[in-house]
Design a protein around this ligand. Structure first.
Ligand code: KG4
Ligand code: ZN
Length: 341
């Protein structure tokens, strides 16, 4: 329970973005700042954990200063940080900083689950959802359908059996010769392509349950790319392949989500996580779902500090005195429970 107005500093360092934000429980988001490491990892074709940790160390404190200055706040009332899931070294940087600041400011420190951060990011918008709802959480590491009965009450309905959907975007983009991270680049290329050019599989849609599988779709893309290469047509077909892949991935996500919403009689859907920035996904969900669709604005779909500050504000009941740095590479969302009083 939030009893008085609190300014919560949010720190996100789970992967390749350093995100910091200040959220007021009374006034909303006061300031935020983000540093993306995309350029550092691009030459390796993916995130290099050691480089990620070192760059978080370099950028975090200056970003905290910038945010506090922008907001005109000297000392926040609480510090929230991503405690997992994510890269352990990267998480340790955020956790170490949060606990250090908590000690210096003598304020509570709140460990936050990264995916709960994504899930509450739409709360930053005027059109914010109420519970219960169905959440489609789609990022580089996760693909989950969750029946959300209330804040902290998560029933996992389905997840991916192999690759996450963001990973499928990134790997397909790589096959098409696009840089890292491939999702946004593939989506851009798809704008010029014909989504019906290649008949790619919509994995699992005809199966019971709500699980996903994207490795078959990725393999199908690989075969189509190879064939086009052999025929000397890859350059001409690149956009068509991108559009066909995107259409198949989006059909799969939307089909599964609609099934779950119907079965569970949920009339609100939240789309969050990096792939939630995909315009086709947003448009198709809005077109095919008869209930309300909610999502964060583009910049709060991918990793950011604002979502961690909001989740931290909602979890002030779980705040600890600065003492223990928590960093969990794996942390199933459904093990969470509502915050303490
Ligand atoms: O949530 P996020 O920033 O980081 C994780 O927690 O993983 O998600 C990153 C993922 C990447 O796989 C990226 O390619 C994908 O989100 N992504 C997109 C788009 N923007 C980001 N995928 C499809 N279309 C987009 N517009
Ligand atoms: Zn994320």
């Amino acid at each position: 329970m939030i009893r008085r107005s609190m300014n919560v500093l949010g720190i996100e360092t789970s992967c390749d973005e350093t995100g910091v934000a200040l959220f007021s429980t009374e006034k909303g988001l006061l300031a935020d700042a983000l540093h993306s490491q995309v350029d550092l990892h691009a030459m390796y074709g993916g995130v290099v954990p050691e480089i990620a940790s070192r760059d978080h160390i370099r950028c975090l404190l200056p970003l905290v200063r910038t945010v506090l200055e922008k907001a005109g706040v000297e000392r926040p009332d609480a510090v929230a940080y991503t405690a997992g899931p994510g890269l352990v070294g990267a998480l340790m940087v955020g956790g170490g900083m949060a606990n250090g600041l908590g000690l210096a400011w003598d304020c509570p420190v709140v460990p936050v689950h990264h995916m709960e951060g994504h899930l509450v990011a739409p709360m930053l918008e005027d059109h914010a959802p109420e519970y219960p709802l169905l959440a489609l959480l789609v990022s580089g590491g996760h693909t989950m359908l969750i029946a959300v009965h209330g804040f902290g009450e998560y029933e996992l309905l389905g997840t991916t059996l192999d690759d996450a959907v963001g990973e499928a975007f990134d790997k397909s983009a790589k096959l098409l010769g696009l840089g890292y991270p491939g999702g946004p680049a593939l989506a851009k290329l798809a704008e010029d392509g014909d989504p019906t050019a290649f008949d790619l599989p919509r994995p699992m849609l005809n199966r019971e349950g709500y699980d996903f599988s994207f490795s078959g779709l990725k393999t199908a893309v690989m075969l189509v790319v190879r064939r086009a290469e052999d025929d000397g047509e890859l350059d001409d077909r690149r956009a068509d392949i991108a559009a066909s892949f995107q259409r198949a991935a989006v059909d799969t996500l939307v089909g599964r989500a609609l099934q779950a919403a119907r079965d569970r009689q949920l009339d609100r859907i939240v789309i969050a996580g990096g792939v939630g920035a995909n315009r086709l996904l947003r448009a198709e969900m809005a077109r095919r779902f008869s209930g309300d669709v909610f999502y964060p604005r583009m910049q709060y779909c991918t990793d950011n500090g604002a979502m961690i500050a909001v989740a931290g504000a909602l979890r002030l009941g779980d705040a600890e005195a600065a003492a223990e740095i928590r960093a969990q590479a794996r942390w199933p969302l459904a093990t969470l429970s509502p915050p303490g009083e």
